[in-house]
Design a protein around this ligand. Structure first.
Ligand SMILES: C[S@@+](CC[C@H](N)C(=O)[O-])C[C@H]1O[C@@H](n2cnc3c(N)ncnc32)[C@H](O)[C@@H]1O
Length: 228
């Protein structure tokens, strides 16, 4: 049986990770982080990083951009605050405790929304994706790095079996690509730009969506093109 993720449980789990997070997850996600930063910098402007954690990425963004970081975990954010002060990251406009599923920003606030290794940590990922889209300006980009779960077979069975353990650690192992596809297909304003595997282990991907201005046509053909 799969154990559901709950926001409070996830926040608590990352509170426990905070003191050792950089040591454990700093190097392992480095290549994904730098791919996401490059993608966000290419668009530029005002960037929201959801699930900013200890702020490991903040230093990497071009200083010509402005960054806002949000996270559900106080202890993770407090590490990010220390980093911003220590490294004098003046391009960081703000850091705030906020739930990815309930962002408090007005519609069309950011040129880019970045979510690195976060989508699989929220209880209702599609609700978070809806929020990313809402706060994104038209023609802006959602840049996600995430683990993609298997659709079927042994790996899928193993991922389901691991869920009770990984939910206690703060993330889910099962999250097949089909969930992104179904989310995007329902929304005429969403267009998939890219899905590219990134290290480590070959199970992680960089995913980019854009928000088309209202009045654009159907998106399904474009999405299929971007995947293949
Ligand atoms: C695996 S860590 C990734 C941190 C950072 N993005 C990185 O690349 O190192 C997941 C982060 O997402 C945050 N998080 C989990 N659920 C969240 C939610 N519902 N809203 C906002 N942040 C959330 C966690 O507190 C944690 O800092």
């Amino acid at each position: 049986m799969t154990r559901a993720l709950e926001t409070a449980m996830v926040a608590e789990a990352y509170g426990r990770w905070a003191p050792i997070y950089d040591l454990v997850f700093g190097p392992v996600f480095r290549r994904g982080r730098s791919a996401a930063i490059d993608a966000a910098d290419r668009v530029g402007g005002r960037i929201l990083e959801v699930g900013v954690g200890t702020g490991l990425s903040l230093e990497g963004y071009a200083r010509s951009n402005t960054l806002f970081g949000v996270d559900i975990s106080g202890p993770m954010l407090s590490k990010a605050r220390q980093r911003v002060a220590r490294l004098r990251l003046d391009h960081v406009e703000g850091l705030a405790i906020m739930d990815a599923e309930r962002l408090t920003f007005p519609d069309n606030s950011f040129n880019v929304v970045v979510a690195q290794y976060v989508v699989t940590a929220v209880p209702h990922p599609e609700k978070a994706l809806d929020e990313f889209l809402r706060v994104l300006k038209p023609d802006g980009e959602i840049v996600i790095t995430s683990r993609i779960g298997a659709e079927a077979g042994m790996r899928r069975t193993l991922e389901k079996w691991l869920m009770p353990m990984t939910s206690r650690l703060g993330w889910r192992t099962e999250f097949p690509w089909g969930r992104y596809e179904r989310w995007a297909a329902e929304l005429p304003s969403v267009r998939l730009l890219e899905r590219r595997p990134i290290p480590p282990f070959g199970h992680f991907s960089l995913i980019r969506f854009t928000k088309r201005p209202t009045g654009s046509g159907p998106n399904k053909a474009a999405a299929a093109e971007a995947i293949h």
